[in-house]
Design a protein around this ligand. Sequence first.
Ligand code: SAM
Length: 222
Amino acid sequence: MLYLVPTPIGNLQDITLRAIEILKSADLILCEDTRTSGVLLKHLGISRPLKSYHAFNEHIILAQLIPQLKEGKNMALISDAGTPGIADPGFLLARACLREGIEVQCLPGPTAFVPALLKSGLAADRFVFEGFLPVKKGRKTRLESLKTEARTLVFYESPHRIGKTLQELSDFWGAERLASVSRELTKMFEETKNGTLAELAAYFANRAVKGEIVVVVEGCSS
Ligand code: SAM
């Protein structure tokens, strides 16, 4: 059995009781960075074998993991933070398991885009999660193709690019579109700024921003 186990995106109290139980009983915990996850597991008093599973080795180690899962080993996949498979490795392993008839369970739990979407005050009944925009190649094409998207749009963004990205979104999609920037969700310096794209672009222009960021933008209304 493969368990996809969400871990906190900041506040350690957001781990669920079930996540702790699954991690305690796993034969092997797959994690992006054994040092990062080691800190969380130590905090939870969990000592299980760890193996690194990240974007750079996931293709290679799939072939080792599948036979072990077929033999009956229980594995838990965690990422550095949030839900594995959401802008993080996980999809390839889940797909390979399902193709091989191995059961996959995904526990509900922390992920950054849900609180950001709800704190934006924008329509949450229908939305699209776009993860990270392409940094260079394909960026303009993506922005063009999303321009007429009617559902609320959700992106992950780095603090270094947030000012530039908001200005681009304002230029491509219109200065008056409503948007929201959530930073450091569940952490000490959590902050959400709501406004038009032009207002947010002005606020974040040339501002040294730290931390992790989710951007939410109103869908196209025309
Ligand atoms: N798997 C994670 C999830 O379920 O949300 C996402 C991992 S992705 C590699 C990391 C990005 O998620 C960050 O760059 C940021 O955009 C977003 N993120 C993660 N934690 C966050 C937080 N506490 N506050 C705001 N955004 C966060």
